[in-house]
Design a binder for this molecule. Structure first.
Ligand code: 5GP
Ligand code: ZN
Length: 115
């Protein structure tokens, strides 16, 4: 039994609204959406963040990016654009320590960061 929230979602122990699943990745809707479309894309294997994943396994990183792109397409975001975010570490505002891409869109998203 892991105490990692996203590992538990991958395992099916915690319910989520899944929008796409591959052999290596899972995409599901964020429980507290910050935009009209807000999907999280995770690797099924546990990595803490995008920096550790990208250095340890570039091929799996590609799988994650491909799933994010397919989700953007199936959610109808390609024409108007979207944002892909990897919050990383304390300054990046990462709350869940299992690598995840936020796919955000469906409306204008405003400035990248608030200063
Ligand atoms: P972070 O701040 O780590 O980049 O993003 C974590 C995201 O996970 C947040 O947007 C938050 O709303 C989402 N989240 C937290 N708990 C759950 C949950 O139990 N289910 C789902 N689907 N999303 C969650
Ligand atoms: Zn995990």
């Amino acid at each position: 039994m892991t105490d990692c929230l996203f590992c538990r979602i991958v395992a099916g122990d915690i319910p989520a609204t899944v929008v796409r699943e591959t052999d290596t990745t899972l995409a599901f809707r964020d429980i507290d959406p910050k935009a009209a479309v807000h999907v999280l894309v995770v690797t099924k294997e546990h990595f803490v963040d995008i920096a550790s994943l990208a250095q340890a396994d570039p091929e799996l990183t590609g799988d994650l990016m491909e799933t994010a792109a397919v989700v953007a397409e199936t959610e109808g975001l390609l024409a108007d654009g979207f944002r892909l975010i990897f919050n990383t570490g304390a300054y990046g505002g990462q709350e869940v320590d299992h690598v995840h891409a936020h796919v955000l869109g469906g409306e204008p998203l405003g400035p990248m960061v608030c200063k």
